[in-house]
Write a protein that binds this ligand. Structure first.
Ligand code: KIV
Length: 326
């Protein structure tokens, strides 16, 4: 029944971490350099409340409500289609789960390529939706935006290297920092972003040595995706990590789950059970009380054990209520 596209789960099997109930905040990360003995920062994307709850249970440090939602959830071919309203909507869903991780709202394309006033208003919309910081892509051209957002007391994460919002300029999702001049430029840009006020920097899609050089050049932490093992943290897209996105697998993705195949199996088994009549059983149904059967003229019909039946479905941890419906 499985699609067969997913490789078996990779990675070292983790015992469930002891959940650190402490809310992660920006000051915790500002100087989280591995060179100073800090533990690597664990970041993952999430776009809804259930995945935010999973991230809390897994003791993740930062949740990025990434514009990757466009590709892995909304079915677009690139990230350019999502708006501030879209990211705010998903940020609010993540925030409702009250994750312990710092929530970083990703500023979508054209939300910070506008006036600095509009840029700050857009960043504020993500903060009001529940983010504790925002992330934006780009190098020195983005310094006025970073300064303006920082001046509004909004913490900013920079993003350099492969910046997917620049796909039309880069000619696709291309690895960056292949030539010495480009590497020097990248390091200079990273330093300028730190100077402008970023408290952390995502580096995407560069050779491992470039990830290392940028990390060594900064006093703020770097978070790599396809940037090798020397950065101060790592970020992966949730759906890549759990194997729900199974259409292609970039080299930097490690699949820690087989969610697509697991869900196909679950739904196919459900479909079989419905078609065969194996679902639902009596235990999965509500039974009428004898008085109701009498009133309906259905004496003799099997009712199960109506006295065990709650009057409410007791949704999601709420206690069944005593009073019944009509
Ligand atoms: O939107 C996103 O998921 C990102 C990560 C790839 C860093 O920006």
């Amino acid at each position: 029944m499985a699609s067969g596209n997913n490789k078996p789960t990779e990675g070292t099997k983790a015992t469930k971490p002891a959940v650190n109930l402490r809310k992660r905040t920006v000051p915790f990360f500002r100087s989280s350099k591995r060179s100073a003995g800090a533990a690597p920062i664990v970041m993952v994307t999430a776009y809804d409340a259930p995945s935010a709850r999973v991230a809390t249970e897994a003791d993740v440090d930062m949740i990025l409500v990434g514009d990757s939602v466009a590709m892995v959830v909304l079915g677009y071919d690139d990230t350019l289609q999502v708006t501030v309203e879209d990211i705010a909507y998903h940020t609010a869903a993540v925030a409702r789960a009250k994750p312990t991780a710092l929530i970083v709202g990703d500023m979508p394309w054209m939300s910070f390529h506008v006036s600095t006033t509009d840029t700050v208003v857009n960043a504020a919309e993500l903060i009001r939706a529940g983010a504790g910081a925002v992330k934006l892509e780009g190098g020195v051209n983005r310094i006025p935006a970073i300064e303006a957002i920082s001046a509004a007391e909004i913490p900013v994460v920079g993003h350099v290297g492969l910046t997917p919002q620049s796909t039309n300029v880069m000619g696709g999702f291309k690895i960056q920092g292949r030539r010495a001049a480009a590497v020097h430029r990248l390091i200079d840009e990273a330093k300028a972003l730190e100077q402008a006020g970023c408290f952390a920097l995502v580096i995407e899609g560069v050779p491992d040595v470039v990830g290392k050089l940028v990390t060594e050049a900064l006093s703020i932490p770097t978070i790599g995706i396809g940037a090798g093992p020397a950065t101060d943290g790592q970020v992966l897209v949730y759906h890549d990590l759990i194997g729900l996105e199974n259409r292609f697998k970039p080299r930097f993705v490690r699949r820690y789950g087989t969610a697509f195949d697991d869900q196909v199996n679950a739904l196919a088994t459900y479909a079989n059970d419905v078609r065969s009549g194996a679902f639902p059983t009596e235990a999965e149904s509500y039974q009428a009380k004898p008085e109701l059967l009498d009133a309906l003229g259905l004496q003799g019909v099997t009712t199960g054990r109506p006295d065990d039946q709650p009057d409410s479905i007791g949704l999601y941890g709420s206690r069944p209520t005593e009073s019944g419906g009509a």
